[in-house]
Design a protein around this ligand. Structure first.
Ligand SMILES: Cc1cc2nc3c(=O)[nH]c(=O)nc-3n(C[C@H](O)[C@H](O)[C@H](O)COP(=O)(O)OP(=O)(O)OC[C@H]3O[C@@H](n4cnc5c(N)ncnc54)[C@H](O)[C@@H]3O)c2cc1C
Length: 306
């Protein structure tokens, strides 16, 4: 039986490859100093969806909510094997916390015909691991979090193994279902050369318009109108070739605006503080069995280990 999979992916700053100051003076993240990458566990979610498609048939649709540049991770997904890609980009999404993000994503997923929704367990920037579970709640479907292995997928039932830290748990559930996938689940495949050659020209309508604006920086008045018409034509050409990445805005999704952006975000950031941990006190331990035994004894006494 074929399964339609929807994979939620996020473009995140690569916190391991700093190219400047990580924080601005006002305490916000200096995104310019951090190259943008595919959130690692979302690659595992995509890989699992691609394996399901290969084994059972069906489709893989990827969705990301983010700025226009986030279409980079959508193209990457097309290179790896996704069938369809959707960018949700709208200024009214800005300042969304996890509750608003998962609400907007739920409006998008509801527009699709799906059996399995897959998310990474956690994004490496926000780090909350809340979006997957909140999304399942808003879709009104069962969720299995921390998925390490899909043991069985048969008709409308799935059996999955969850990694619960100090062991594992095998659970059975009915579809439709949302899975959050961990890094140990699989080894994400690389981009396929043929697909890369095909989809490297895939663009969203925003990218087409931005490229034309860059090529014509002096355009004013009627020229701007002409550029808009040209952008429309280029998008139609791309669509014919299956290279137009879908762009959904909030008008298309039709959400309750009270649940989107700043208005829909109960999380209020009171203060951002950069915490630098410094070792103020240090103690020398004799590198002898007695010295080490004394240190371990002390740590047990202090309940640091036990
Ligand atoms: C008050 C406040 C304001 C904020 N304002 C902004 C803002 O203006 N711009 C901004 O970019 N962020 C903003 N954020 C951060 C934003 O809320 C989080 O990035 C987002 O909700 C995801 O949370 P997370 O990173 O903890 O993801 P997690 O919950 O750790 O992610 C789990 C999984 O959910 C899926 N997922 C998460 N986010 C997305 C997404 N955007 N698209 C598709 N799938 C996704 C992925 O599969 C991911 O692996 C704000 C946060 C707060 C608290």
């Amino acid at each position: 039986m074929p399964y339609n999979c929807v994979v939620l992916i996020k473009q995140v700053p690569d916190t391991k490859r700093l190219t400047g100051r990580a924080m601005n003076d006002d305490g916000t993240v200096n995104r310019g100093a951090l190259p943008a990458i595919f959130n690692p566990e979302d690659l595992n979610a995509l890989e699992l969806a691609l394996q399901i498609k290969e084994y059972f048939g069906g489709t893989v649709t990827v969705i990301t909510m983010g700025p226009p540049a986030a279409s980079e991770v959508l193209r990457d997904s097309l290179y790896r094997g996704a069938d369809d890609a959707i960018l949700i980009s709208d200024r009214r999404c800005a300042a969304s916390d996890t509750l608003a993000t998962s609400y907007i994503l739920s409006c998008a997923v509801k527009k699709l015909d799906y059996d399995i929704v897959l998310c990474g367990r956690q994004a490496i920037d926000g780090d909350t691991a809340q979006v997957g579970p909140q999304l399942a709640e808003k879709l009104g479907i069962t969720q299995i979090t921390y998925v390490q292995e899909l043991i069985e997928l048969k008709d409308k039932t799935v059996i999955a193994r969850r990694n619960i830290g100090n062991g594992w748990q095998q659970v059975k559930a009915k579809l439709p279902i949302l899975l959050t996938v961990i890094g140990e689940a699989n080894e994400p495949r690389a981009a396929a050369a043929k697909r890369l050659m095909k989809y490297k020209k895939a663009r969203t309508q925003l990218e087409v318009a931005a490229a034309l604006a860059d090529e014509n920086p002096q355009a004013t008045g009627t020229e701007v109108k002409k550029l808009a018409a040209l952008a429309d034509n280029r998008c139609k050409e791309l669509e014919k070739k299956g290279l137009l990445i879908k762009l959904w805005d909030l008008d298309f999704l039709g959400p309750d605006f009270n649940w989107c952006g700043r208005d829909g975000s109960p999380t209020k950031v009171h203060r951002i503080q950069s915490v630098v941990l410094e070792a103020k006190e240090s103690k020398e331990v004799e590198p002898t069995p007695d010295g080490i035994a004394a240190m371990v004894h002390e740590l047990i006494e202090e309940h640091t280990i036990g």
